[in-house]
Ligand binder design. Sequence first.
Ligand code: FUC
Length: 790
Amino acid sequence: MPSPSRNCLAALAAIFIFQSTRAADTISPLSLCYTNAAVKWTEALPIGNGRLGAMIFGGVQREHLQLNEGTLWAGGPYDPSNTNALAALPEARKLVFEGKFEEAHKLVGEKMMAVPLREMPYETLGDLFLDFPTNAVVADYRRDLDLDTAVASVSYTANGVHFKREIFSSPVDQVIVIHLTADKPGQISVAAGLTTPQKVVFRTEVNTFKPFVSQTNDATLVMNGVNAAMHGIQGALKFQARVRALPVHGTIQAGTDKISVADADSVTLLIAAATSYKNYHDVSGNPEAMVKNQIEGACQKWANAHIRDGVDTTLADHIAAHQKLFRRVALDLGETDSMKLPTDVRIAHFADGNDPQLATLYFQFARYLLICCSRPGGQPATLQGLWNDSMTPPWDSKYTININTEMNYWPAEPCNLSECVEPLTQMVLEMADTGARTAKVHYGARGWVAHHNTDLWRATAPVDGPGYGMWPLGGAWLCQNLWEHYLFTDDKNYLLKIYPAMKGAAQFFLDTLVEEPTHHWLVTCPSLSPENQNPAATKTSLTAGPTMDLEILRDLFANCVRASDILGTDKKLAAQLALTRSRLAPLQIGSAGQLQEWLQDLDMQSHDLHHRHVSHLYGLFPSAQIDVNTTPELAAAVKKSLEIRGDQATGWATAWRINLWARLHDGDHAYSIFEFLLSPRRTFPDMFDAHPPFQIDGNFGGASGITEMLLQSQNDEIQLLPALPKAWPNGSVKGLRARGGFEVGIAWHDGKLTTAAIHSLNGNPIRLRYGQTTKFVQAKKGATIQWDGE
Ligand code: FUC
């Protein structure tokens, strides 16, 4: 008997199933589909090439593309060091150790925070509007985003003419392409204009491109601007955007800030944008030269050819570049008729069951997003990836490095998108430079330090206020992400490149760790357990030696020791790090059986028992210091802490809980939390994660959680289906990566492993685990081992 909810879904399917079979037949199951245009930004669909992004609304009379360029942030190069900080440090430590937390808070706030107190926001580039003069009744409207091709489309029929828009942001040609077509000639009239909250001037240029004189003329809209000043830091970036219209037949007109095409057979619009940003201390780039080159370069593809052929080449190059990354992983969790429903309807009904493919879509959407917002040469994924429509976005849409940025990259390695980590690596290497100044000026220490945020200018001093910013572990945690890249790839050259940053991060703590007075353990001070109030204080988070700090340092020091051994360098330092590591405050189990978040057993007196951050559980995930097999008592304490914290939190915090329950091998619990994440309370209609507001970390953390349910590879073993939920009895996955250099495929039936294929990329030995069965294997480099778990 079908359940009532299944009946309800079937009825909905009858109402919503797309009538436009023309589009539906050619659309991949990996598509987000809608029957209406977007009204809100979180209904619009994202495209991006790692640098140039757009949110596409898909209106019939007015198309709206909200545009971003990855280096368009406020301000310019700046040094936020506070020269009063160092003198105040001994007193701040003393006050914390004496339990005078509020006094410490006041002192840190007055003397030790960054100047300015806030960092620079990521900004919108502006909005492209395309106005289509039509009042016709529209039928068969459809809007979609094909994750497999990275092309967004809008199609509909009006006055007996079928119209189609295809839109993509090419990583090859560095332009956004909008291709407007109709199935009858002379039907396309459109006016294109840009608006922006930035300070800009407009001009137009006509007929600069003439390879197909037989067709029509071209026109280009040019927007020149300067970025905003913020918190006293002047805007130092120049930027330019260009929109070129290339119609086939019809006529074209250029106004001062608008270009209009009438009665064309088809129209191609190319959008390019760039800023003068070269790196965090050099803003001498020439945006005009860059965007001109980008537009001309793209145009060359159809010089001497029919425009459609040019678009086809650009499109084919774009798809090939995208699929090279995207197609590495295939996931099948089962398919049902729910797939025929619009994506927003599916999200609303996911918790009813019977739509396992929506989990696949969510997983692949995250992979799509990472490819679109974090490509080599670009900036790392911000709190909103690449997509932000504001000059003052939530939390400035920057890099919050007390969880959010690290979470953005959790799926990168296991989901076979290793290249996407490159912008993060680059940022951390740059922060090792800026952070050396913060280490010296604020702490009188060697090495480098970063606190809980950074921005395009790689600011590293403590910001926002003592209760958030006085946390010196941001850089150390980021080093763990870089180390993970090494673990997955086994790439010694990469290790050589990142080792100085790891070493510098560790040196900072050799110089700044202090003995706490009770046990004489080494601890950080002043610090905090990200953003959770210290229960021993009335209203501050400040404390000494929170559990998370010590867990991160245990990883950092161990990784440095291992790296020094692999690279054959720094023996003395390695010995010192090993000794210091052994003196760090230990993990402690508290009276409620929980893993203590603080040095003292304070958890049950917390001001917020259900706090979103689960910082102290870092040891279980993303770290592997705590493990159900090797440290079962500590794993049980983590479980207790998780039960106390509860399952539901902000988007990213919900996603973190999924990963933790998967590491505890409780797939059904992880899945029940995933159901909450993939509900309208934590997922917007366009599948963007809802903190709320939109924050992309939940998308990435959610995809990581799915991976952790199917495959884990910490502590020198590959665990197959460690937390498979009952909701996914049959399925398969191909192309996931495991630490040590392996590519893994798994198939299962009735909840049991049927076969696994472990392809060795480096010839390393590895232990395989399925349930309680383990097997030690060593395949030659390039060879594949099959195992059925027996
Ligand atoms: C941390 C979190 C918030 C938010 C912000 C961007 O401060 O505690 O929930 O995600 O980052």
